[in-house]
Design a protein. Sequence first.
Length: 137
Amino acid sequence: MKPKHIEHIGIAVKNLEESIKFYENIFGLKCYAVEEVKEQKVKTAFFMVGQTKIELLESTDSEGPIGKFVEKKGEGIHHIAFAVDNIEKVLTETAEKGVQLIDKTPRKGAEGLDIAFIHPKSTFGVLIEICEDKNKK
């Protein structure tokens, strides 16, 4: 795998509206998109910082992945996402190298990206997301 760039950093928050105001008022950033991803039980908000995005994640269900994360660990960095070409190939090659995957096949994420997660047990405790924007090809 050779990431093209850091696609985004995902930050779990309890209250999306308050968090958006903080990033806008303190850092002068502009939230350019808010989106609900029902399959993942999450509402997201995005900010651009150079080429990298900050993705704020608020759970829409306490039993969803972000709800469980916030309950267990509190608010904070949830994952780092890398942009890749050919996500299917990356997943196959990564699994062949003995890395534990959460997703063996891509699924749809926010902003229409194809996404998949690599288990933190294989990445020194960091949840890694890989993303491919097939709309930009």
